[in-house]
Write a protein that binds this ligand. Structure first.
Ligand SMILES: Nc1nc2c(ncn2[C@@H]2O[C@H](COP(=O)(O)OP(=O)(O)O)[C@@H](O)[C@H]2O)c(=O)[nH]1
Ligand SMILES: [Mg+2]
Ligand SMILES: [Zn+2]
Length: 306
């Protein structure tokens, strides 16, 4: 029998049968040993072959994946953590204040999606919040910056429902992975999209203006008009172990088009002569923040985690 993994919480796994019934699940012993490079061998979104034994779904086999997002597991640097699989798109929620989403984090997410061939979008949350003029300008500038690169960008408020209709249209009949730093408003937004779900939300910790970690599991929720969203914990960072330094610039769409214009075909765009990327940065055609992320990620890829 075939089922979908709809929830993982540490070692606990739940699957959904085609007619909608949920079962707690466990992995057949052999499967657990086979995939020792991964923190957990199954992830939310997986299609699996199961057998029901005493009201538990025993996962016999993981069916081939259409795609997946993977990052280095920060607590086991030699292991990969599958964030989700069989997804149509991935959305990162972003705030410029309370809590602040570092641009490194945004760009790291986008690079990961590019590297794994998953269409990415950004959702700037809390559009109703009264920001300082400086933060307001920053929010508007960032929206333009990422739109110019070509990413779909939304500005929404879970409180006033501003921007929610166009986001709903974007999510319609798709399976979307949604993430963001803790406190960015993910649970509030999912609640606004799915009336009656009532995920718990948390006030921001007043002093640090950063969110607490409430979400410790990943789960699939169904949208009332069709489609699914995968709610996932607010990850500390998105770091992939699979990207070769020479490939990195291919995952920056605004650099990708220029790469054939560099003098050297193995150019890493750091200090090489006649580098088309450096020229475009100097001409203001590539945002400086994006180039800075590029250099930082390049350094990390050259000196892998220890
Ligand atoms: N002003 C405003 N605050 C919001 C909005 N969405 C969430 N918040 C607040 O931001 C804090 C964190 O929200 P929560 O949904 O728990 O964030 P999560 O950690 O990303 O799931 C809570 O205090 C929410 O009330 C919004 O659209 N506007
Ligand atoms: Mg939450
Ligand atoms: Zn170059």
């Amino acid at each position: 029998m075939q089922a979908t993994v709809v929830r993982t919480a540490g070692e606990h796994i739940y699957v959904r049968l085609p007619q909608g019934t949920l079962y707690p699940a466990k992995l057949r012993g052999k499967l657990r040993l086979e995939e020792h490079n991964f923190t957990t061998p199954v992830a939310v979104g997986d299609e699996v072959a199961i057998r029901i034994e005493e009201n538990i779904a025993v996962i016999e086999e993981i069916l081939p994946r259409k795609n997946w997002l993977v990052r280095i597991d920060p607590s086991h640097p030699y292991r990969q953590q599958i964030l989700a699989c069989n997804i149509d798109q991935a959305l990162l929620l972003v705030t410029v204040e309370a809590p602040f989403t570092p641009l490194r984090y945004v760009d790291g997410f986008l690079v990961l999606c590019e590297a794994y061939g998953v269409p990415a979008a950004l959702v700037f949350t809390k559009a109703d919040m009264k920001l300082t003029p400086r933060s307001q300008k920053k929010r508007e500038d960032l929206i333009k910056l990422y739109q110019r690169i070509g990413y779909p960008v939304f500005s929404v408020s879970a409180y006033t429902k501003e921007g929610l209709e166009s986001l709903k249209a974007f999510l319609h009949k798709k399976r979307s992975f949604i993430t963001g730093v803790s406190g960015v408003g993910k649970s509030s937004l999912i609640n606004a999209l799915i009336p009656g779900l009532e995920l718990p939300t948390q006030p921001l910790v007043r002093l640090t203006q950063r969110g607490r970690h409430t979400t410790t599991y990943s789960a699939i929720y169904e949208l009332p008009e069709g489609g699914e969203i995968i709610d996932s914990p607010g990850f500390g960072e998105f770091r992939s172990g699979d990207i070769a330094p020479a490939e990195l610039s291919h995952y920056f769409p605004e650099m990708r088009a220029l790469l054939t214009n560099c003098r050297f075909n193995n150019c890493l765009h750091v200090d090489e002569p006649d580098c088309a990327v450096i020229k475009a940065v100097e001409a203001g055609e590539i945002p400086l923040s994006r180039y800075h992320t590029y250099l930082a990620l390049l350094n990390e890829l050259k000196s892998p985690a220890t």
